[in-house]
Design a protein around this ligand. Structure first.
Ligand SMILES: [Zn+2]
Length: 226
């Protein structure tokens, strides 16, 4: 009888690490699994992540940021850059934990003629100069569009992208062969209702996420008109 094939230790380590990080994201309430979920698109899935909730537990964010910083510790980093609130919270934790003591800067997101745009505030431009080593941080990478804009922004200023660190990356995303370190790399399989295996098994459909969007409005207040 032949022994069970030995798995590559590095692959096992990645698998274990991913499980731990998924468990952490589950504890923040951001990650849902083993469910039968209706998505806003009408597709069904068994996993879902609520982006806004990912960085709500500061001690978890600090721990995850330290893991990313530790991965990039052998490389000198002058600046950590991101865009968007959750990525900025994470990038603070990464910058704080990196041995090079990098500065922290962020781009602002906007739309221009229906296309996404990322700009670097003028006050930060003296910190990102030719030769500056920049580590880019993102929370969830689903299409890679924002990260590719950040890469172009850094290069336009003559600076150098050391690498990209993120919490979650969809495996299908293309980032021009940049060194990417992701705590979790996975895609959610989604199904149309007529070919959904969970529907076939008769598992009850969880419509909570779609209903929540339709019936709840964000809380807001406005300055009274004078
Ligand atoms: Zn289904």
């Amino acid at each position: 009888m032949s022994a069970a094939p030995n798995k590559d230790p590095a692959a096992v380590e990645t698998e274990v690490r991913e499980k731990i990080h998924l468990e952490i994201l589950k504890r923040t309430g951001a990650y849902h699994s083993n469910d039968h979920i209706l998505l806003p698109s009408g597709q069904h899935t068994s996993e879902y992540i609520e982006k806004t909730l990912v960085t709500t537990e500061p001690s978890f964010t600090e721990g995850l940021g330290a893991v990313i910083a530790n991965h990039f510790a052998p490389w000198p980093v002058d600046a950590v850059m991101s865009t968007g609130p959750a990525a900025l919270i994470l990038s603070h934790c990464v910058a704080r934990a990196h041995p090079s003591r990098p500065v922290l800067v962020y781009g602002t997101k906007g739309l221009s003629g229906g296309k996404r745009r990322v700009s670097l505030p003028v006050e930060f431009q003296r910190l990102i100069r030719p030769g500056t080593h920049v580590l880019l941080i993102e929370d969830l990478v689903s299409t890679g569009t924002t990260l590719n804009l950040l890469i172009s922004l850094v290069e336009q200023l003559g600076a150098h992208v050391v690498g990209i660190g993120c919490l979650w990356r969809r495996t299908s995303v293309e980032l021009n062969d940049r060194p990417v370190f992701s705590l979790v790399s996975r895609d959610f399989p989604t199904y149309s209702p007529d070919e959904c295996p969970y529907c076939r098994k008769g598992v009850a459909l969880n419509e909570e996420f779609v209903r929540r969007r339709a019936h709840r409005r964000p809380s807001s207040v406005q300055e009274p008109k004078s």
